[in-house]
Design a protein around this ligand. Sequence first.
Ligand code: 8X3
Length: 251
Amino acid sequence: MAKLALITGATAGIGFSTAKLLAANGYNLLLTGRREERLRQIKQQLEAENSIQVHVDSFDISVRQECESFITRNKTTLEGLNVLVNNAGLAKGVDPIQSAKLDDWESMLDTNVKGLFFMTRLCLPFLEKSIGSHIINVSSVAGQWVYPGGGVYCSTKHAVSAFSQGLRMDLHGKGIRVTNICPGLVETEFSKVRLNDDIKAEEVYKGMSPLTPEDIAASILWSLQQPQHVNIQEMTIFPTDQASVNLVHRT
Ligand code: 8X3
């Protein structure tokens, strides 16, 4: 029977690329995000291109009650859940901590930390029913290192790392795998959202070859495809042109 994967933040970037790749590999999908119309288009596209079923549901993952209502609305579909890809996340601002906007912090904390934690907790009763379930947390190299102007974004991703470790311990013996994926620079809408300036966002990737969302989707699929006794706990993926969070080679 085809496996069912729930992907959060599936309307663009890594989430959308992962949806496309899993669809091409025979997964049924439950896709979430905030843009309802975009989700409907994706459903149409992926069902036309693949022999799979795509369910979509739009809601705001940063609001706990919306996460809870999503689960209630989708109880029947979720009964067959095998894979949870916690992809939704964002960075807002690059201001130093002493002058940063609290609204930016709240948005990152509510989405990257609370949204991911709540969705995981709410999906676990379903994941525990399937044999060989797998949780993929899309974190960041910001979950391993910290850089100036990224104090709070990096804190949220460090929290994802700690949560992934705690999950593995609490689920120990249940056969549920937990993979924490930590990409460096990936060219998506990420920098546009973070900097709120399209020109500055383009400069982030100028003169270097960033990762693509397809690169990260491939690493997610590869983790899922490993035999059940193999759990890829952490994957750190930098572009060849990026040696560390602060060291980028540009031509
Ligand atoms: C995105 C990568 O290096 O901008 O999570 O923090 S980085």
